[in-house]
Ligand binder design. Structure first.
Ligand SMILES: *Cc1c(COP(=O)(O)O)cnc(C)c1O
Length: 410
């Protein structure tokens, strides 16, 4: 038997094995096709690529460092833990990387009006930021429940000049905001660009968003060997790369450049909420089934009748009932592993990182840190784990302080 090296490239049609694709109504088909052609052109355009990297350097502050979390590693007593510091980006998370790429594309396509959905408000803030930077009109759809839970982000978006439109259908949260944004797009295809915040949605979004986010992993491929050498480690690749998975964009961004390095374990951490068997979680890969949501086939949390289920996570950014199709495929291929971390475990890791490293992580990223700590404890200090620290935790102060779990966990 010969073993073929695996190809992890998606098809031209946006399918990742059985997942992905473009399931849209006729009214949207043309707008999606226009986007697909524009992206297919500009992704190979040297001027576009050069401007993207200038923006990332001058406006976002890239490259973000890779940091050896020495005290965390020593306290854990096992593998060495390294953090890719996406929390240091302008606007406080990885989301800005993708938003800049899509906004640049919108300008080149002659679209002056940007619409986006947001759950926690982090993607909305990034979009409002870049619309201010480029002088574009900005409309953000946000569930009315989320608007109440995330008041400071609503105020930030308004300060930046965006219109925040409340969504009062369904569960009044992220998936409903995405539905309303898609409806708006259908009604205004001529002048409007729909800026999706994760590797979800119809083709070409999962591929396009992943491409913009791979700057994270590409930087790591250069930074990690240099740092390992400074520390006197002989290897040049980490043993494992860990990232939290909501829609899956920060995880795809760090995983993708490592896909061909088969010795590197890739581990996606889903929100297990109150527990994977509690019914109160957002673990679409571990507990979902195949279905179509927002224009692509993937693993989604749905009941027997195909109704999308309510999700729960302490971190609003992981609270999405679907996941990017490329993750569903990597799961099926066995190239990436997917695990769950509960609210309580994430909170515990949040406090530990604050206390021993002086870094306040986003609750989303705390899920990845929590799993890294668990895994590190089973390994030796010859081993290395690279964690994508997707964002900072300023936005989560209130949740953490108000959490009753806070007392249980500490
Ligand atoms: C939005 C967000 C996430 C989840 O989105 P992905 O597309 O899965 O990366 C994770 N971390 C932070 C800090 C976020 O803001």
């Amino acid at each position: 038997m010969t073993t073929q090296p695996h190809s992890y490239e998606s098809g031209e049609d946006g399918f990742f094995g059985p997942f992905g694709g473009c399931f849209v109504s006729e009214t949207l088909a043309q707008a999606v096709e226009e986007l697909r052609l524009a992206y297919a052109h500009y992704r190979n355009d040297p001027a576009f690529i050069a401007e993207f990297h200038e923006e990332l350097a001058d406006y976002v502050g890239r490259p973000s460092p890779v940091y050896y979390a020495k005290r965390l590693s020593e306290e854990t007593g096992g593998a060495r833990i390294f953090l890719k510091r996406e929390d240091l980006n302008h606007t406080g998370a990885h989301k800005i990387n993708n938003v800049i790429g899509q906004a640049m594309l919108a300008k080149r396509m002659g679209k002056h009006r940007i619409i986006a959905e947001t759950g926690a408000g982090q993607h909305g803030v990034a979009v409002a930021t870049i619309c201010a930077r480029y002088g574009l009109e900005c409309v953000i759809y946000m569930g009315s429940t989320d608007m109440q839970r995330q008041q400071p982000n609503v105020q930030r978006m308004q300060l930046l000049g965006a219109t925040v439109t409340p969504v009062t259908t369904g569960s009044c949260t992220l998936k409903d905001a995405m539905n309303d944004a898609i409806r708006d797009w259908v009604a205004h295809v001529d002048d409007t660009f729909y800026l999706i915040g994760s590797v979800a949605g119809m083709h070409p979004y999962p591929t396009m968003v992943r491409d913009f986010q791979t700057v994270i992993g590409k930087e790591c491929l250069l930074q990690v060997p240099a740092l390992f050498q400074r520390l006197g480690l002989s290897q040049s690749l980490p043993d494992a790369v860990i990232a939290c998975v909501g829609g899956g964009s920060n995880a795809m961004g760090i995983f993708h450049p490592y896909l061909e390095h088969e010795s590197v374990r890739l581990i996606g951490v889903e929100a297990a909420g109150m527990g994977l068997d509690s019914g109160l979680h957002a673990s679409s890969i571990q507990r979902g089934s195949t279905g179509v949501l927002h224009g692509s086939r993937s693993l989604i949390l749905q009941d027997d009748l195909g109704q999308v289920q309510q999700t729960h996570s302490i971190s609003a950014g992981l609270d999405y009932p679907g996941v990017g199709p490329e993750h569903a495929w990597l799961h099926e291929l066995g190239r990436a592993e997917y695990v769950g971390i509960t609210d309580a475990e994430a909170l515990h890791a949040f406090h530990q990182l604050c206390r021993v490293e002086g870094i306040i992580p986003a609750l989303e990223a705390s899920h990845a840190v929590a799993y890294a700590i668990k895994l590190a404890a089973t390994l030796t200090n010859e081993h290395t784990i690279l964690v994508n620290l997707s964002g900072r935790g300023d936005k989560d102060m209130e949740t953490v302080v108000n959490s009753s779990l806070h007392r249980e966990a500490s």
